[in-house]
Design a protein around this ligand. Sequence first.
Ligand code: HEM
Length: 494
Amino acid sequence: MYFEFIIFVFIAFFGTTYCLICSLKSWRNPAKLPPGPRGIPLFGYLPFLGTIPCKTVAQLSKKWGPIFTLKLGQFPVVFINDYQKMKELYKLETTTGRAHLPLFEKRGVFGLGLLEGEDWREVRKFLLRCLRDSGFGKRSMEGSIQEEVSQTINFIRKNLHKPMYLKPLIEVAVINALWFLMTSEKYDIEDPTKKKVADVLSEGLSDQNIVGIATFLPWLAKLIPNYSGYAKALKYFGAPEELATDIVQKHVKSYDPGNERDFIDQAMSKIYATTDESSMFYKDVGMKNLHYTLIDLFFAGSDTMSSSLGWALLYLSMWPDKQAKVHREIDAEIGRSRIPSIEDRGRMPYMESTMAEVMRFSTMVPFGLLHKSLEDIEFEGYSFPKGTLFLANLYHVFKDEEYWVDPNNFRPERFLSSDGKFKRDERLIPFFIGKRTCIGESLAMIEFFLFLTRLLQHFRFELSPDEPVPHIGPRSGFILPPPKHKLVIFERGQ
Ligand code: HEM
């Protein structure tokens, strides 16, 4: 016993010293990357990122320039703060890699969100094609979204004139629309598995910092899983596993070749037809990629969409003059009784500008996702070795005073030309930039338009007079939903 104890102390002492020396070495010289502030051994700059990392990183760029490195835990991460540099860097094939974080150890490298190189291209190409065919950006999607909006409207009508927390209602509607597209099944919220998933999602990852311990100090995160957010992240990412398994099983049983109903059926016919053993659709590998791609779509398309709508209704309640302008445009172009359709979008520049301003002002995904270099890269005089991690500070791009002049004002008019037309701005990149942008952009914008236009066609939204005005500034987090708040809703009448 005593002998074992001595061995344990011996190993612990030398192990810790070895780790400290390694960490000290790399802390001093993180692979000759662009310079940045040092931080402290073992933790790097993590403890100094503060409560609003995107703001801290933006401030650091004033001193260290648009590209600098922060050692976060055990990983050096290169931060890009400038739009032009992002445009140049992310158009390279070699920056489309993904960080394979310990959080996803159990999953392995499967599914669109984590694949890289040729494997990623194969799955992405297929997904884009078959989702486009089954309604991505096309009219056939419209019906299922409209049904969800109708149900939301019916629910709101029963709860007029009293302060109401809209988030759960919007979340269910958004998940339903997406679930139907992927599985041709209604997402029955009373089903216990689905309820469990909805609850975990609803708890959110808002306090799960993409630049936090769970991501960059995995050994520590595992030692203190509850404090570090590791346990919560595992629970969150693990939640839809059972759901995806069940729905794929159901499709395997009912699969009817030549009669593909939805995304899962189309993926299965591709899997059954694939004979190339190196393909991402071959047999078990194909089924694993289908499973995790479903989960990726589910995650990527639910929180982001419900947050966009949540932010839009909150901002329009805080700035009633902007809401009145949207109301006027809806009345002029659609009236109060006809159901808005996708075709109306092109005739509604104020609505389009409002949606753009919501995306800019909320900066919902402040750092995008981690990218990794797949080869050694020479860029702007720096050498990035294969495996370098990159984060783009979209917050800095969207709140750049030199470019937007008054970035902290909610002002949809900034996206209108002098003759009142919608003016696209290349710096508005909520869906990211370059080769690995969001695959759901067109669906997201259609859904955003249909929900928002129809809700505002029928209702007027006001802040609850009984509650303090919610804090709408940036926070730490991976996807930023609006803060918890209640709105009071009034019918506009026919
Ligand atoms: C307002 C809504 C949305 C926003 C702001 C948004 C934003 C983003 C961003 C910033 C990325 C990271 C790109 C990167 O750095 O690699 C991303 C990736 C992704 N998004 Fe979205 N997204 C939205 C809606 C959706 C929807 C509705 C879907 C699908 C149904 C979706 C599916 C995906 C997928 C699958 C990826 C990973 C793509 C890849 O790795 O190749 N997103 N999104």
